[in-house]
Design a protein around this ligand. Structure first.
Ligand code: PXP
Length: 238
């Protein structure tokens, strides 16, 4: 089974544009779970331009499925927040300060000692770990050496090339997943997954445990409604 974790950052972006509490991020998280999603993802950034640290603290007691917090462990504030909130999963992402969105995975060799140290600290606190990686076999071998429970495959190249050459675009992801399965690493995936490309991805990536989807899903909800949209994404994963 592949779980759907909905990234609710975009709901916070909309709220922050006006400064009040509309739309209500906490209510949205509750509703998304009620509509059937099996997880909620948040990616607090140091400038708090979408999800705030306060939101994350509130979500801890609200999320009944799985809370996944993404971010860069090079920021102490992020590490402290994760250790305080103790989510089900932390996804470590090497994004820079002020970056628009995540656009690359870890170099798991260059950052091996650092990742090992962080991963063992999170695991010692009962938090499952995942690290964001490109679909690159060498990086997946390196991921194994960090001690992480899972990897999250960065799917932007797949999404970008899906419409023109999906058979070719999926190959590195199928190969990466096959290797990760052999190495005993769990597999998550995310970035630009959508109603168009999700089903094919799921069908060709063996052992896919979770997808984390934000931008396309929240955008679809404007037209299709949130409940309907969550159901439609879930049906792509069946
Ligand atoms: N995974 C990671 C590590 C991300 O940073 C993001 C975007 O915040 C996503 C998944 C979700 O990507 P999208 O918003 O394109 O669905």
């Amino acid at each position: 089974m592949t779980k759907l974790s909905v990234n609710i950052n975009k709901i916070a972006t909309l709220r922050n544009a006006r400064g009040g509490n509309i739309p209500d991020v906490i209510k949205a998280a509750r509703d998304i779970e009620r509509f059937g999603a099996q997880g909620i993802t948040v990616h607090p950034r140091p400038d708090e331009r979408h999800i705030t640290y306060r939101d994350v603290r509130e979500l801890k007691d609200v999320v009944k499925t799985e809370l996944n917090i993404e971010g860069n462990p090079k920021e102490k504030k992020f590490v402290d927040l994760v250790l305080e909130v103790k989510p089900h999963q932390v996804t470590l992402v090497p994004d820079a300060l002020g970056q628009l969105t995540s656009d690359h995975g870890w170099d798991t060799f260059a950052n091996k000692e650092f990742l090992k140290e962080m991963i063992s600290a999170f695991k010692a606190n009962g938090i499952r770990t995942s690290i964001f990686v490109n679909a690159d076999l060498k990086m997946i071998e390196g991921a194994k050496e960090t001690g992480t429970d899972r990897i999250e495959l960065y799917t932007e190249t797949y999404a970008k090339n899906f419409t023109t050459e999906k058979e070719k675009a999926i190959i590195p992801f199928t190969q990466s997943a096959t290797l990760a399965n052999e190495l005993g690493l769990g597999i998550n995936a995310g970035h630009d997954l959508s109603l168009n490309n999700l089903k094919y991805f799921k069908q060709h990536v063996p052992g896919l445990m979770e997808v984390s989807i934000g931008h396309a899903l929240i955008s679809d909800a404007l037209y299709l409604g949130l409940e309907n949209t969550v159901q439609m994404y879930l049906s792509q994963l069946k």
